[in-house]
Design a protein around this ligand. Structure first.
Ligand SMILES: Nc1ncnc2c1ncn2[C@@H]1O[C@H](COP(=O)(O)OP(=O)(O)OP(=O)(O)O)[C@@H](O)[C@H]1O
Length: 929
């Protein structure tokens, strides 16, 4: 049990300050005196309210063009730097592949269909009384209104008249074409990532292409307006758009500080990447005196074109290892990052003379094309993309021949490995073979702060990085003082901890909790106790999250109470303490999160509150991804069903499929990705789309329009009528006309812009094309099940290893090597190093928490449960999940948490509960119930 030190005890055994490391203490005077920083006492900051920002003066600035709007301001004295080998001119000369891809005009659509369906007669289909196309205005493009935009208009928007209610299929009440004409938008939803369950990409959003009477301000326009007139946009609409726009504005503010000295240093390093030349570049470009451990070696290898694996602790400077090569190498540097917020942050931090850009699915068509234009003009040297982009053939085509890529940097590379703590299916696609084939990339830099030997081996194998090119330093910084204590009453102990030294004097603390509700509860408790705090988790709107981050970074709040969603990409150097209110799920997570403290190199403190109840809860949750062979087999039958012929576009509605097979959406995607890139390629995944479309006709009658428009004809043939409207699957139309889903959506948009139709898209789905049907589905199901259960087992072992380490620290530590009281820096560091150098996550069995292997009432309770819920169809896993209180798509907590047995057996081994459930279900089947 943790007994917090009393104020007067600060040097006693219980003190968290004893046994400090070599790094300079924050409070005292550090040996190498840093510029004296004023650190206001937390007591002041606790009550200090953030001053309202002065309103920027509205200074109207003409916007020359959309392209100029986002590019760093010319003239760039570093032109040679951004285009040292005439990259820009080569790109400009290349065919404008992408500029036209998202906009399929009637004629291009006609050509497209004809090219794929030679029997199609375009004259007959298009020439009849088609309305004359109205030129689309280009100056102020509008956006497909989002629900949010519809609800909260910008303050400067004129009051909108309530639109007249029109029957969806009304032909007479057609809106005037002039009022309706809009710029076509590139459809969103190419499956951008959703790391740590941040819903930053608007998955599940219902897309509405309704014609609007009033034009609504988009984020993009409001950003442009702000750029032009300094108007502070207020908030609604696309939150991510805001994020990206702000990053670009910030970069713009920095300006392209072309420096002849830097240019010369780049030239010198290009000719001879010696230590001296690179150091001189480092000093001129960044103002740093020397490289940190591992940096120079990594940069030299990358500049020499050698693929490299770099493992450095958090906050040491991995970004520098792709930024400096990006200056030196002639082509583009592509940086793959798992999170939009991380990309935005990295973009923001690029040095001013290293022009950067970002391609995210959340961007509007204008933003997307603007970035492409800048790319083609050679105005971008570093491009941030998410791994999901590699699904998109259109994206890959951008680089074909026209845009040479010198380097692909894969950030958080551990996501490639299913044995890592943060495996992400879309990272599986990042194989050296694909990068070489599709992008002609020879050099890859993979970076991570946390990877076990097994994970590293897998990453290096996938990216074909030679074993000699592994650069690895210790994964934990030695300026962190690590302490752990057990707690039976976490809230009470946490408050005591915060009120004792050293935490009581800290101005900036992150508290990590496992559950979202916990963060809200703890932060409210802190506020009630006059400690300024805010919660941060992925359930909060993006806007609120960035506000919390902003307040925390500017020290306007003292404590950020957050889930794992907080911190990635957070480069706040003066976080003085990290408290784990809940046990992290793995040592990797522990290292990442403690690594948020002390990035300024000063002594910082990290404390973990260990309680076994939370451990059991998290251990239960580790089973939430598990799948039975039976469910996988049924799922595979659906994937390869007879209705899905080879070569045609197939789709699986995510939510529906997930519920039907009781498999989480992320796991479905993992299986599909495995079918694509496993030993045998059975299918090709396409970007995710919403596939169910409801069409409303406004001007011409459906039949008349079908006579002139081949796509409408196909829709009428393939749709069902519901309430007088036409409902169809977009993939069916694409297959019928032998075009892509994107083409269908683009054409629908064209029709919408001409005022003919409006449509609603719903049901986000995984889309794929079958390339080969498996010979033996049962064997394939067994193989996939085995692989997934190993992943599940690995997750549990990681948690057990974390618990065992914490338990060892509080119970087994021999108080050697400077450990004392709850302070265990030395032994934790030693155990962490051991863990990362082992081939598999094994834990110290003596300090393992063994879940109970039996319980006297388990069997009887399961029997009662099954009898009282005989209306539902259970599998042993479903029963075990309910007994463990784990929500699943088929048995969601919203319904089942009200059940008497929900979570009752959380401390009994999951597999034991499953076995008991299986036995009871077999008995029921035997009785024919
Ligand atoms: N050689 C150096 N000397 C001094 N400061 C440096 C050096 N290299 C990098 N830094 C600084 O270290 C900080 C952290 O860098 P960066 O964000 O690249 O770390 P990181 O290793 O990517 O961290 P994380 O894993 O948390 O993303 C930045 O402020 C950066 O400017």
């Amino acid at each position: 049990m943790y007994s917090p030190p009393h104020a007067g005890d600060s040097d006693s055994e219980g003190s968290l300050l004893s046994g400090v490391s070599d790094s300079p203490p924050r409070g005292g005077s550090p040996p190498t005196p840093p510029p004296p920083k004023h650190r206001p006492s937390p007591k002041h900051t606790a009550t200090a309210k953030p001053k309202p920002k002065p309103k920027p003066k509205a200074k109207p600035k003409p916007v020359a063009s959309a392209c100029a709007a986002a590019a760093p301001p010319p003239p760039l004295p570093s032109a040679a730097l951004s285009d040292p080998h005439g990259l820009a001119s080569r790109i400009a000369a290349a065919p404008a592949l992408v500029a036209t891809t998202s906009t399929v005009s009637s004629s291009s659509f006609r050509r497209l269909v004809q090219s794929r369906n030679p029997s199609f007669d375009p004259v007959a289909a298009f020439s009849a009384s088609a309305p004359a196309p109205t030129p689309a205005p280009t100056a102020t493009p509008t956006e497909i209104p989002t629900a949010a935009a519809a609800q909260c208009p910008a303050p400067d928007a004129p009051p909108r008249a309530r639109p007249k209610r029109v029957h969806p299929n009304s032909v007479s009440e057609a809106p005037s074409a002039a009022a309706e004409v809009e710029q076509p938008k590139r459809p969103r939803g190419s499956g951008e990532g959703n790391f740590v369950r941040l819903n930053i990409n608007g998955y599940g959003r219902k897309r509405t292409f309704r014609n609007t009477q009033a034009r609504r301000p988009t984020k993009y326009r409001s950003w442009r307006r702000r750029r032009a007139g300094g108007v502070k946009a207020q908030g609604c609409g696309d939150e991510e758009g805001d994020f990206v726009a702000e990053a670009l504005m910030e970069r713009e503010k920095k300006g392209a500080v072309g420096d002849v000295g830097v240019l010369k240093a780049v030239e010198a390093a290009r000719e001879d990447p010696s230590e001296q030349n690179l150091e001189s570049l480092l000093s001129l470009a960044y103002g740093y005196d020397s490289f940190r451990q591992g940096q120079l070696e990594a940069i030299q290898k990358v500049v020499a074109g050698e693929s490299t694996m770099l493992v450095l602790p958090t906050g040491v400077g991995k970004s520098l290892c792709y930024q400096i090569p990006a200056m030196i190498l002639s082509g583009l540097t592509l940086v793959v990052s798992p999170l939009l917020s991380l990309m935005v942050d990295q973009l923001r931090k690029l040095p001013a003379f290293l022009p950067g850009g970002l391609l995210a699915s959340s961007q509007t068509s204008d933003e997307f094309h603007e970035t492409l234009q800048r790319l083609r003009a050679g105005d971008i040297k570093v491009l941030f993309v998410s791994p999901e982009r590699f699904l998109n053939e259109e994206f890959l085509l951008i680089f074909k021949d026209a845009l040479p890529i010198s380097l692909v940097a894969i950030d958080e590379a551990h996501c490639i490995s299913e044995w890592s703590h943060n495996f992400r299916p879309s990272y599986l696609r990042l194989r050296a073979s694909l990068l070489r084939r599709k992008l002609n990339v020879q050099c890859i830099l993979a970076t991570t702060a946390t990877a076990t030997t097994q994970t590293l081996e897998e990453i290096m194998h996938a990216l074909e990085i030679p074993s000699d090119n592994l650069i690895k330093t210790s994964q934990i910084r030695d300026n962190l003082q690590l302490s752990i204590s057990t707690s039976d009453n976490r809230l009470k102990d946490f408050m005591l901890l915060l009120k004792s030294s050293p935490f009581v004097d800290m101005r900036s603390i992150i508290v990590y909790c496992k559950f979202q509700g916990e963060t809200d509860y703890v932060s409210k408790y802190l506020c009630d106790n006059n400690i300024s705090a805010k919660s941060y988790h992925s359930g909060l709107p993006m806007k609120n999250r960035s506000r919390v981050q902003e307040l925390f970074c500017s020290n306007k709040i003292r404590v950020a109470v957050a889930t794992v969603a907080f911190g990635m990409g957070l480069d706040k150097s003066d976080v003085e303490g990290v408290i784990h209110y809940s046990l992290p799920e793995s040592l990797e997570e522990y290292v990442q999160e403690t690594g948020r403290a002390g990035r300024d190199g000063r002594l910082s403190h990290c404390h973990l509150l260990l309680d076994s109840t939370t451990f059991y809860k998290i251990r239960s949750l580790s089973h939430s991804d598990g799948v039975d062979e039976y469910a996988i087999s049924k799922f595979l039958y659906q994937v390869f069903s007879c209705d899905n012929p080879m070569g045609s576009i197939c789709s699986l509605v995510k939510e529906l499929t997930s519920r039907k097979f009781d498999i989480k959406e992320e796991v479905l995607l993992t299986i599909l990705t495995q079918l694509e890139i496993g030993g045998q390629q059975y299918l090709r995944l396409l970007p995710q789309f919403s596939v169910t479309c409801t069409l409303y006709f406004h001007k011409t009658s459906p039949q008349l329009l079908a006579d002139k428009d081949v796509l409408v004809r196909s829709v009428l043939n393939k749709s069902e009528t519901k309430d007088g409207n036409f409902v169809f699957e977009v993939t069916k139309i694409a297959n019928d006309l032998n075009i892509t889903v994107n083409d269908v959506i683009d054409h629908l948009q064209q029709l919408k812009f001409s005022g003919e139709i409006s449509c609603e898209l719903k049901d986000p789905a995984y889309c794929y094309v079958i390339l080969k049907k498996p010979d033996d589905l049962n064997t394939l199901s067994a193989t996939i099940t085995k692989w997934l259960s190993e992943v599940e087992r690995s997750k549990i072992m990681k948690l057990d290893a974390m618990f065992a380490l914490a338990n060892f620290a509080v119970k087994g530590c021999q108080r050697t090597d400077g450990c004392s009281g709850s302070q265990h820096t030395q032994c934790i560091q030693k155990k962490i190093t051991e863990y990362f150098s082992k081939n598999e996550a094994t834990s110290d069995n003596d300090y393992h928490a063994q879940p109970h292997k039996s319980s006297p009432f388990l069997q009887a309770d399961i029997k009662v449960f099954l009898q009282s819920n005989s209306f539902a169809k259970f599998t042993p896993r479903a029963v075990a999940r309910i007994m463990h209180g784990i929500s699943s798509p088929g048995f969601p907590s919203a319904t089942w948490s009200k059940n008497h047995f929900w979570g009752r057996y959380v401390e009994v081994d999951f597999l034991v509960v499953m076995e008991a459930a299986k036995a009871e279900l077999v008995k029921l089947v035997g009785k024919g119930e």
